[in-house]
Write a protein that binds this ligand. Structure first.
Ligand SMILES: Cc1ncc(C[n+]2csc(CCOP(=O)(O)OP(=O)(O)O)c2C)c(N)n1
Ligand SMILES: [Mg+2]
Length: 549
């Protein structure tokens, strides 16, 4: 969002052939949009004006810090002489260090660029911290610095993402130790966490799974890291929220190879005290049961293990997959640790066909499950949208975007903008699931989605208020104004195709119609029975509710 401290810098972005300037309705939304873009494409930048912009943006950037998302925040600022002479200047409370000091609390690198001689080093350090640590960084640019010329760079910048320094001997020793432990185990399993997508390690995960024959489970933060039709996938774990195979297999495993998963209270709902046996490998720290074995990059551990398994089995990963496909996983010698995979689909909640019943969240997701394709990226907001989407089968690697740890409602509409811009070039269509409470937070970004000619399908789960909060503890604060939701997008743009549905049949027809409307965005208001909440929402509400007591 423009502002007088950043206008001249924005001119350079507009003039750039390599950067595209996307202007949003507000800064918070710019942050969410950039977060989703970075989750899909590896990095993004947000540009705002001083304080009124930068402070509005902050909630999204703390979310990015919480979820290890590489974002570059560039804020305009008053000219250097203003700072030097301590002049009273608009958009401030008089404290010209406030915004910098706040960003320093959660960014591994935050600095003011106030001297052409040091500017290059500051910018390079910021980019490197952002790329290697997968964290947001903050650069403050005084308005009179914008036209300064910098001396030429003295050495090229290496942004190759390494989450630690590599040491081949140390890596080999750790890989040997972990490999030995996996082989000794009876029921080992891989738990893939959010560091896998964030550090771009999905290909290494695939290799490891296919070389080892191990099955894998993801956390919510890594949902969809590989296409979920992969034969080794057993589901997404979130404690007792879902009665799924993921829970059964993870909790019965005698060795969990935790690759990049930080487990939050929601990930461990009603299993807070569960200790997973095995290894926890996270950025810079590999911990075996309760002692640290060392600190090597996660990618090197995965690559080393894949090679060990490959040599152990002496076949290519393709042969393991082919064998499993041909003989069935249980009869495939290399698929040795796998258990009754065939039962996986039986774990999903059964649903009868009731096309003309009043729509419920369960019936809606039943219809959705049937219609997902590998061209679709799912974006989910907090609430029913997030919880029910966990059991949607993501059909393509990287086809799921949410904020399952920070959980800020309103994320999904701006994230749809970011994801659509990120997925646009590869022909993917965004399917967004958003609650009515969440939509009311950031609805104006529907306008930007239309403005840039994007074509997501936005599905509003209208259950008349804050259902998740009602499940925790109800009161009048969980009621919201009933908007004429299906009319709203038309206010922003006539490019929207809108519909309001109340039965599974009508929803299915609207979804098909939206798919045909490929030239612009679609908005389907699904009117749900507010009493028929999903089981996961019920469980989460009960779990969080007891903690208040
Ligand atoms: C920015 C922000 N404010 C408040 C909350 C607390 N909160 C969590 S879920 C929720 C209600 C979500 O309502 P809705 O989007 O309608 O989803 P539902 O639970 O009804 O499916 C609220 C207010 C939050 N997570 N984020
Ligand atoms: Mg709601």
């Amino acid at each position: 969002v423009a502002g007088d401290f950043v206008l001249n810098f924005m001119d350079y972005i507009v003039a750039s052939e390599r950067l595209e300037l996307i202007t949003t309705c507000n800064e918070l939304n710019a942050g969410y949009a950039a977060d989703a873009y970075a989750k899909l494409r590896g990095m993004a930048a947000v540009c705002v004006t001083y304080n009124v912009g930068g402070l509005s943006l902050m909630n999204a950037v703390v979310g990015a810090a919480a979820e290890s998302v590489p974002l570059i925040v560039i804020s305009g600022a008053p000219a250097r002489r203003v700072r030097k002479n301590r002049l009273l200047i608009h958009h401030t409370n008089g404290n010209l260090n406030l915004q910098l000091a706040l960003y320093q609390q959660f960014c591994p690198f935050a600095a003011v660029i106030n001297d052409p001689k040091t500017a290059g080093v500051i910018i390079d350090t910021a980019l490197q911290a952002c790329a290697t640590r997968k964290q947001p960084v903050y650069l403050e640019l005084p308005v009179d610095m914008v036209d300064e010329m910098l001396p030429a760079a003295q050495f090229p910048l290496d942004l190759a993402a390494k989450e630690g320094s590599s040491n081949p001997e140390k890596t080999a020793a750790i890989v040997d130790e972990v490999f030995k432990r996996v082989l000794e185990a009876q029921r080992p399993i891989i738990l893939a966490g959010s560091e896998i997508p964030r550090f771009g390690l999905a290909p290494q995960l695939r290799k490891l799974i296919e070389a080892s024959g191990l099955s894998y489970i993801t956390t919510m933060g890594a949902k969809g890291v590989l296409e979920e039709s992969h034969p080794a996938y057993l589901g997404t774990y979130a404690g007792t929220l879902f009665c799924s195979c993921a829970q059964k297999y993870l909790e019965q495993a005698d060795f969990v190879l935790n690759l990049g998963a930080g487990l939050s209270d929601v990930d461990m709902t009603r299993r807070e005290n569960l200790v997973l046996p095995g290894i926890a490998a996270k950025t810079g720290l590999i911990q075996l049961n309760d002692y640290a074995v060392g600190s090597i990059p996660l990618g090197e551990l995965m690559q080393g293990l894949a090679l060990k398994f490959y040599n152990h089995h002496k076949v290519s990963s393709g042969a393991i997959i082919a064998c499993a496909a041909e003989k069935g996983s249980e009869n495939c010698a290399f698929w040795q640790y796998k258990t009754d995979l065939g039962q996986r689909t039986g774990c999903l909640m059964p649903h009868e066909e009731r096309p003309d019943a009043q729509l419920t969240v369960g019936l809606l997701f039943h219809e959705m499950r049937k219609r997902l394709t590998s061209e679709m990226i799912i974006v989910a907001d907090v609430g029913e949208a997030l919880l029910s989407s966990i059991e949607l089968p993501v059909k393509t690697s990287g086809g799921y975007v949410s904020q399952p740890f920070y959980l800020s409602i309103g994320y999904s509409i701006p994230a749809t903008l970011g994801a659509a811009l990120g997925g646009h070039h590869v022909g993917q269509r965004i399917i967004t699931l958003v609650g009515d409470g969440a939509l009311q937070m950031t609805a104006q970004e529907l306008s930007t989605i239309a403005r840039y000619g994007l074509n997501p399908i936005i599905i509003l789960l209208n259950n008349d208020g804050y259902a998740i909060e009602r499940a925790i503890h109800d009161g009048p604060y969980n009621d919201i104004q009933r908007w004429q939701y299906h009319l709203l997008p038309q206010v922003f743009s006539d490019r929207f195709w809108c519909s309001r549905v109340q039965t599974p049949r009508a929803f299915a027809a609207a979804f098909e119609k939206a798919l045909e409307h490929a030239d612009g965005p679609s908005f389907i208001e699904a009117v749900l029975d507010p009493k028929a909440i999903s089981q996961p929402l019920h469980h989460l509400g009960a779990s969080l509710g007891t903690r208040m007591a």
